[in-house]
Design a protein around this ligand. Sequence first.
Ligand SMILES: [Zn+2]
Length: 289
Amino acid sequence: MPELPEVEFARRSLEKWFEGRKLVRTEAESGVRTFRDCDLGIFKALKGELTGIERKGKYLMVRFSSKLGFVGHLGMTGKFLKRAPGEEVKWSRARFILDDGEVIHFQDMRMFGRIDAVPAAELEGRPAVAKLGLDPLRDGVSVEQLQAALDGTNQELKIALMDQERIAGLGNIHAAEALFRAKIHPERTPATLSPADWKALVKGIQATIAFALEHEGDGDEIQYVEEGAPNPFLIYGRAGTPCRKCKTIVKSFTQGGRTTHFCPTCQPKQRRIDGDQMRKRPRARRYRG
Ligand SMILES: [Zn+2]
């Protein structure tokens, strides 16, 4: 399922594909829930040069010189593809026809994704976008920002990190990856974090996003991890196999209705409050800046 890095990759792809081109026409598959809130009249009127494409969390905000635009969400299986004129694309729900005849398709098998066309001036104010929290790539993320975003919640950290109104863009995979990198148990709460833990969590989020973005860029399209394919993640999907850092068998449990993967040795549930914790602090300092 697409999270921040995959949506950022889609943003960069669209920006590249529209560069120097004009949108001449759009087409919508009729009756699909991709357009469930969308004014199709506005969608059909989209045209002109791309004048901006931004991402916040898992949402794209795309604007054209015709002063119309759309909010896009990839849902579970959505992706943008560029194809030659006339080429058939399975599950193509929306099409953007360029002035050289090439077609950008919004392909979405499961149709949890959506396209919501609106006047460009209204993009940021759409309710789905307006309520989003801190975007760790677009807005940056510091210890202070992360503490502010998680302020006042007693939620377990993995659940809080996936709350799009607090931190926008992290989902089940990257929240687990960030916590593993930070050596923090997913069930701990923000109030239990030491200063070193906060720093480690910020670093963990940044490193997780950077790693995922690097691994998106191999082809021209998002590559979702297919069943049976090698798992590129450090902890996600590794239950029952040895931890890549310490060889302990990785465990999983259900948390907020989703499967959480973690290493019981690298991510102890109890906060280290003795000499062990004290020894950890100077080590964390090395990573500052
Ligand atoms: Zn481990």
